[in-house]
Ligand binder design. Structure first.
Ligand code: ADP
Ligand code: ZN
Length: 636
């Protein structure tokens, strides 16, 4: 590890040695004046807007932070108190919102003429509010200088809009662990941090070394920011947030200054949480030597210095978030820095159910909505995706003049998110007919394997995204593994669309529409054969060690001979699946035709309707009972 003093010196030298741009300096001075006046105007504008609050007695609507950003031009006034904002929309409606104290938002709002008041009287965190204009001034200078550097004077206007915002701070969040659903073990792990922030002395007296840094890793939308806020909320301490991307690309040396600034602020307000989102933007492995990397390296060094610098009992917990731990410089992960790592996984089925329950409480849901089914059908969704799904469903309900969210709205929202919006596409009648038979093929063969594969959820010939139609299955629970029989069945189901085209239209009329079926089947076969050891011919060799189900990778551990064997084996499996599907469809031509006809008539059939058509009313009960097992997939 490098010596700290050296790092300090290096950083300072670097800054001093950079030629300061005179124009930037001039611009900065100008900006100070400009912003000072601007801040004054905001404040007074806001005060004059306040009486509006009395004119509309109805309950305020609740806006999300993204609503605010999106609808900036609709917002007439805003009074900011910590992370709470209230005000009036252009149409006189009152609103409340929880916001991040965010210059991007302020810039957007002021641009669209919103009168902004920063309410210092009630904020617990008076110093921030008092310094807000000053901070804003600094931020605007950064922006302006960046804009100037990039695009000359003409770039200034653009820079205000385009630059990454620097999120400086929020007050003590009201968010608590109650607002975080479905990731209980992570909450459990982090509750120790809360306890430490609450009972600092207990730990100090014991001489326990408490963590300074916690690294939250996980895919976007898994709730890293939410958890960090909740920790602050639970411990009742201030929450400061910045994003790694704010520190890069600024003129050389400002990244370092910015780091110093946020840590100073944290120290002044300890105990507190200092949250740095996208920490990989600063903390990438140090390797290359381009101009930008040098700057980032200094910023990273400064971060390391700061983290090493504060005493253990200060009560500052730095929480970093990233979805790329592998990219982080190992120095960041050493003891005394981000030595606690918590990986936040995508929620499993019960986690999804809990998250859905949490957000369903905030909207009106009709009695025909089954949230457990929705949790089943949303494998791979993050918390943010699930929240978004309910929101999409609510919008769909409103658009259709309903005052509650129905199962239809949910179905529409889910399909839209998974497959893309409905396509209004003029299709020739013969293409629609072919699609109906193709989907009927998938659906019918699914029922032939209902006892070992996921229950069929629906079949539709409504085009969506790139698909002309689809058959969806709904897993019973989260998939951990598949049996060989299940793999074989899924291959047959996947290739049954093509089989149906051949049987009912002739082998010269087959279409490219089976493209994604074939891709999916090939991936599954390849995975089973080269990674999961399901092929007798290839045996238990891990030839392709990349990924899980279906992730294609090179045959890196295979000799040429083995590679050929693998290719032949994949082909044999797919051929077998194809002829198996064909066999089932040929044997039951009449039923498949009936299914296709119904699809043409009704466009969408539910799993139940499909079972009824195929098995008739009486047999359906037995069929239902045998329907078991999991894995969400869609056959196009
Ligand atoms: P990340 O920081 O991991 O990208 P966020 O914390 O910004 O994710 O999540 C975005 C939003 O998604 C949150 O504000 C919250 O509304 C919702 N969300 C994500 N995960 C959860 C969860 N586990 N429980 C409740 N809401 C969640
Ligand atoms: Zn298909």
């Amino acid at each position: 590890m490098k010596n700290l003093k050296d790092l300090h010196k290096k950083n300072n030298n670097q800054i001093n040695s950079k030629k300061r741009d005179r124009a930037s300096m001039f611009l900065a001075l100008f900006a100070v004046l400009f912003i000072a006046v601007g801040a004054f105007v905001f404040k007074n504008g806001g005060v004059s807007g306040t009486p509006m609050l009395g004119t509309n007695p109805s309950r305020p609507v609740e806006l999300s932070f993204s609503d605010i950003l999106r609808r900036a031009s609709d917002i007439k006034t805003m009074t900011i108190n910590g992370d709470h904002a209230t005000g009036v929309l252009a149409d006189g409606t009152k609103y409340t919102a929880t916001i991040t104290y965010d210059p991007e938002m302020l810039a957007k709002l002021s641009e669209s003429g919103t009168a902004i008041t920063i309410d210092t009287s009630k904020t617990w965190f008076e110093s921030i509010a008092t310094f807000a204009p000053l901070l804003l001034t600094l931020l605007f200078i950064f922006w302006l200088v960046r804009g100037f550097r990039r695009g000359g004077a003409g770039g200034i206007g653009r820079s205000l809009i385009n630059q990454n915002p620097t999120k400086i701070a929020t007050g003590k969040p009201k968010t608590t662990f109650k607002d975080v659903a479905g990731i209980d073990s992570e909450k459990q792990e982090l509750s120790e941090i809360v306890d430490f922030l609450k009972n600092k002395d207990k730990y100090k007296n014991l001489g326990a070394r408490v963590p300074r840094g916690v690294l939250l890793s996980g895919l976007p939308g898994t709730g890293k920011t939410l958890l960090a806020r909740a920790i602050a909320g639970e411990a009742d301490v201030p929450f400061f947030a910045a994003s790694g991307s704010d520190f890069s690309g600024i003129i050389v040396g400002l990244g370092v200054a910015k780091i110093k600034e946020i840590f100073d602020m944290a120290k002044r307000n300890a105990p507190c949480i200092l949250f740095i989102d996208e920490i990989d933007a600063i903390g990438q492995k140090r390797s290359t030597h381009s101009y930008n990397d040098q700057d980032r390296e200094q910023t990273l060094n400064q971060l390391l210095i700061e983290m090493d610098g504060f005493a253990n009992d200060t009560g500052i917990i730095v929480i970093g978030a990233t979805n790329r731990v592998d990219m982080l410089d190992p120095a960041l992960l050493r003891p005394g820095r981000f030595d606690r790592q918590v990986y936040i996984e995508l929620p499993d089925m019960s986690g999804r159910r809990e998250i859905l329950d949490l957000y369903a409480k905030k909207v009106k849901i009709a009695s025909d909505v089954n949230l457990q089914d929705l949790a089943r059908g949303t494998t791979g969704f993050s918390g943010a995706d699930l929240e978004n799904l309910l929101n999409e469903a609510a919008l769909h309900a409103v658009r259709n003049g309903r005052n509650e969210i129905t199962a239809d709205d949910i179905e529409e929202a889910r399909d839209k998110i998974i497959m893309g919006p409905r396509k209004i596409r003029k299709m020739r009648p013969e293409d629609i007919k072919l699609t109906a038979y193709h989907e009927a093929g998938h659906a019918f063969v699914s029922l032939m394997y209902a006892d070992i594969t996921d229950p069929i959820h629906k079949a539709t010939i409504i085009p969506r995204g790139r698909a002309l139609g689809m058959v969806q299955h709904l897993p019973i629970d989260d998939k951990v593994s598949m049996t060989l029989a299940e793999v074989r069945a899924n291959l047959s189901i996947a290739l049954a669309g093509r089989s149906a085209e051949e049987i009912f239209f002739g082998s010269d009329k087959i279409t490219t529409g089976a493209e994604s079926d074939i891709a999916m089947a090939t991936r599954l076969a390849r995975y089973s054969i080269t990674t999961a050891g399901l092929s007798k011919k290839i045996g238990l060799a891990a030839i392709n060690q990349v990924g899980t189900f279906g992730v294609r990778g090179a045959l890196e551990n295979a000799s040429e001979k083995t590679a050929e064997l693998v290719d032949n084996e994949i082909k044999a499996w797919l051929d077998a699946a194809h002829s198996d599907a064909t066999k089932h469809l040929v044997k039951n031509k009449k039923t498949v035709e009936k299914l296709a006809d119904e699809l043409l008539k009704r466009e969408t059939l539910t799993g139940e309707e499909i079972r009824e058509i195929v098995f008739g009313k009486t047999k359906q009960k037995t069929a239902k009972k045998t329907v078991k097992k999991d894995a969400s997939k869609t056959k196009k």
